[in-house]
Ligand binder design. Structure first.
Ligand SMILES: O=C(O)CCC(=O)C(=O)O
Ligand SMILES: [Fe+2]
Length: 426
């Protein structure tokens, strides 16, 4: 496992990609062009959007879209930290965009409205209903789960058996859930296909993402999440100072201090706001949508943070761990070669976290995870054989996920960002 820890460190300790794409600051003319396109052409994004992210329209050259994002090296969140928005008709831009941005919004897509009402319906069901949706073997990726100290609960869809297991007995709920899941997976598979359209030097298409990802839903799933101050439970392990001697005799009942502690209202100090710790997703791609208030943040490979609020009509797409395996430099693998395997076209997994803003409102979100079968080989790993020769061993998706799970702090691969994760696993 040392290899994995070392690998995680090299991936994210690197401040810059090995061959960072050269980006020139936008000229005044380019900036003007960007504004003109934004307001006058596609008219898809309106100024009513509270977050005016950049639109990558069919008329844009790829050199234009980095204009606002390259103006600062700071990891502070500023107004100019905007994620790109691309149109469904421009999916071919995705392989390049994901090397330059940790996420993008997709507009003009064929998905039905996001099943946020269904997320609310399920996650505000009675406790007995929720208990009945817990997986018999307590799987945390199937059925209902909660994490009270993090103020969130979630439910993972089970696609097998037409989505009829561990679900609500409600036809509309089941229909809308299955429909959104299936259409989202199709969309993510289409995006994957774009990675296989790049030509090699011989003019052949380079298969970056295994074909079976496009043909099989594998271990894909969809998650409904609810973040709420009412779920939060104060679990501060810091021992409380002993009560003063004078009063201790009268209050020496055992457990009184912890009782007092649990009666305290949750303190809104960033560690006790509803949240999900910084992490990367195991799979290939994740599609997300949420209600306000948002609280979703993504990091790029240089440690720069982008806020990723919901924007009407769009979905947000981020990269999972497997994208870095699939898009590593030819002949290298990220497990053994670390930074050396990262080239201009390598997509790193997107570190992301949710922290609800202070104020008490709830947040619902839907995340669709494109994941292969557990047995799918995602890369080769070099091993020293008994006779001293170097051989290769298959790294399957299942093994990757399992070994990542054994690394302490596994979900926060980003060195130096421990504060957001609270240094804890989830
Ligand atoms: O709630 C969200 O928006 C993010 C959920 C997420 O990152 C996850 O479930 O892995
Ligand atoms: Fe995630």
């Amino acid at each position: 496992m040392a290899w994995l820890t070392a690998h995680l460190k090299t991936l994210f300790a690197s401040k810059r990609p090995k061959n960072p794409p050269k980006r020139k600051p936008p000229t005044r003319e380019e900036k003007g062009k960007y504004r003109a396109t934004y307001t006058s052409t596609d008219n898809v994004i309106t100024n009513s959007s509270p977050f005016q992210s950049q639109m990558i329209s069919p008329k844009h050259s790829t050199s234009t879209y980095s204009s606002t994002a390259l103006t600062t090296n700071s990891s502070n969140i500023t107004d100019s930290d905007l994620l790109p928005i691309i149109h469904y008709s421009e999916l071919h831009l995705v392989p390049q965009i994901l090397t330059q941005f940790p996420a993008f919004y997709l507009i003009g897509h064929p998905l039905p409205p996001p099943p946020l009402p269904q997320a609310k319906q399920l996650l505000t069901s009675s406790d007995s209903v929720k208990q009945s949706l817990i997986h018999p073997r307590k799987s945390t990726v199937r059925g209902y789960n909660h994490s009270k100290p993090s103020g969130r609960e979630w439910w993972d869809y089970t696609p097998d058996h037409g989505g009829t297991l561990l679900t609500l007995e409600d036809e509309t709920f089941q229909f809308k859930t299955r429909e959104y899941f299936e259409k989202s997976i199709e969309l993510l598979q289409r995006i994957c296909n774009e990675f296989n359209q790049t030509l090699t030097e011989n003019g052949e298409k380079r298969v970056v993402i295994p074909k079976e990802v496009m043909e099989d839903i594998g271990f894909s799933t969809m998650r409904y999440l609810r973040y709420s101050p009412t779920i939060l439970e104060r679990t501060n392990n810091t021992p409380k100072p002993e009560p003063p001697i004078a009063s201790s005799s009268s209050s020496s009942h055992s457990g009184s201090s912890s009782n007092r502690k649990s009666q305290q209202p949750p303190k809104e100090d960033g560690y006790s706001l509803p949240r999900m710790e910084a992490h990367t997703d195991h799979g290939i791609l994740t599609l997300m949508t949420a209600t306000e208030p948002s609280g979703l943040y993504v990091w790029d490979r240089n440690g720069k943070i982008f806020s990723a609020p919901p924007i009407d009509g769009t979905v947000l797409v981020i990269a999972g761990d497997l994208m870095s395996h699939f898009t590593a430099l030819e002949g290298k693998n990220i497990v053994d070669d670390g930074k050396e395997a990262i080239g201009d076209g390598t997509v790193l997994p997107t570190v992301h976290a949710v922290v609800l803003p202070k104020g008490g409102a709830e947040r619902y979100s839907v995340a669709v995870f494109l994941r292969p079968k557990k047995e799918m080989v995602v890369s080769k790993q070099r091993v020293k054989k008994d006779d001293g020769e170097i051989g290769e061993r298959d790294m399957t998706f299942g093994r990757w996920a399992e070994e990542k799970g054994q690394v302490r702090g596994r979900r926060c691969w980003m060195i130096g960002q421990e504060r957001l994760s609270g240094g804890q696993d989830v």
